[in-house]
Every structure is written in structure tokens, then in C-alpha cells.
Design a binder for this molecule. Sequence first.
Ligand code: PHE
Length: 330
Amino acid sequence: MEEKLRTILKEARAEIVSANFSDYEQLRIKYLGRKSALARSLRKIKDLPEKARRDMGELGNRIKREIIQLLNDLKDKAKDKARDGRSASFDPTCPGIVPDLGRLHPITQIIDDLIEYFRGLGFSVAEGPEVELEKYNFDLLNIPDNHPARDEWDTFWVNRKEGSKNNTLLRTHTSPVQLRYMKSHKAPIRIIAPGRTFRYEAEDATHGSVFYQLEGLMIDKNITVANLKAVIDAMVKHILGEDVETRLRPSYFPFTEPSYEVDAWFGGKWLELMGCGMVSRKVLKNGGVDPDEYSGFAFGMGIERLIMLKYGIKDIRYFYQPNFDFLKQF
Ligand code: PHE
């Protein structure tokens, strides 16, 4: 009797442990059903002498409990699998697995938005290299060597030999695209040039050594400060809201004449948004444009700063960290 019971358990264990949930019901009947070997053996216990009856009764019940446990484990295994999504059997009552959807970075979103907006005004998109020639970044923009304005653009040099014409650097602004475009296209010109720029400076909440600018350049006959003001005002209203006022404040850039800073009245304060001005005669000439026939305006705007103002973001470094909690808010 004892041997018989132990054999039943051994068999049940071997079979149930390696079984699939789809075999559950069949195994339950085979090992616990009324006609199972176990049930038949248990029925015979009552005919045994008293001591054996007690021992076999105990053993039989223990074996029965163990088989029930094995079958329950089989059920749990099936549930775990369904939860992992690896099961062939699909349980429609399980909660779904929601994937984390990717999205465009807020900087990409605002650049896309501005490209779309300026397309509507007849502007096309131009690009220039991030590793730029010194002459495009500085000289042709009327910023000669030793000019004090070069101090404003602390530079990451890639190649620098005294007096060489082939010095390269990481562009400190997107303005060199103005020259590249003027040299390769005939006026009239209407372009924006969004892109990455680099400055060698200590990083903090409002300064990054890598940041984005959006350059604008419009050259045609009879372009005046009125056109400059109208385009910039419309762009700022598009991004920050129709009720946002702008103003031009006199400033200085070596490549524009006159030059201005654009301020926007936002959140109860005048906030500086970008530099701009009328492209200087000298720079037009450098680009192969006749300044007696054409005039134009240019502006250069920091993109991160604009997004920070718009959404009240306090630290520019958020844009460059893989922080999904930040990024998924846009
Ligand atoms: N390039 C200037 C800067 O980075 C901005 C600017 C662009 C000013 C075009 C005037 C015209 O500060």
C-alpha cells in the first residue's frame, strides 16, 4: 500500500511539473478524480488493520494535499506567463501593457513650428556646418582678428594657426549661414537657419556651451527696419501669444547697422529675446550682394531661452538630460 501511494506521488510530480496549463483539467482528473489510482487506494484504506489504517490514512492525505499543491502551482505558472505576455493563451481580463511612446524633443518641436511659420511668410530653410571656417564665423561678418567683439564669442577652436586661412572652429552663432547663403544664391533672399551653436563658457542654469539658434535673413529691394520689426513682432506673437508686445532697443553687432535687441513684454517684464539689425553694407558686399540695389535685415534668436520663457523652465540643462519626466511634458 505504502509503496503504491509513493509511486502515485512520484508519477504525479514528474508529470505535473513539466506540464502545460492546457493539460490542467486532464491531470486533475487523472490524479484526483474519483476513478484515479489515488482515490481507489484511499478507498481501500478502511479495510486495513487499525494501525496501518491510521498510518496509510495520514500518508494518503499528505499525498493528496501535495498533488493539489502541484496542480495549483501549474495554474499560477500559467498566470505568471500571461502577465509577462509570453503566453499563447490570451486573457482579455488582464490589464494591457502600455508602451512608453517616444516623442519629438521640445527643441525639435519649436524649430518645426518656426519652420512651418516662416514657410508661410515665404522663407526657406538654410543650413551651414557646425564646424565652420573662421572667416565665415568672424571675418566676413566684419569681426576681424583682434576686434573686441570676438571676446563675446569665446570659441572652441578645432584648428588654429596664426595667419592661416583654413582655421576652423565650432560656430559660435548661426550668422555664418547668412554669408554662405548670400554667396551661393542671388538676392532676393528669405531664409531661416536653425541650428546648433557652441560657446566656450561655464555652464549654469541659463548658459550651455551647446545651444540652438534660429537665424533669419531677408534681403530685397527697399527692405527697412519696418519690415524687420513687422516680421519679428509677428514671429514673437506666434510663439508667445497674440497679446505679447515687442520693442526694439538699440544695440551693437559688427555685422548689422543699425543693430537692436528685441525685448518682449512677457510675465510682467521686458525680456531680451534676440539680436537683430539691418545687414551692414560691408557684409552685403562680402556676400556678393550690391548694397546700392538691395538692403536686408537679419536676426539671431536663442531657441532654448525662448522655450524656457514660454513654459517657465528655470534650467537650460534640462534640455540635454535624458529625463523622461521632463521631456514627456511637451
Ligand atoms: N549672431 C548674433 C548673436 O549670436 C545675433 C544676431 C544675428 C544679431 C543676426 C544680429 C543679426 O548674438
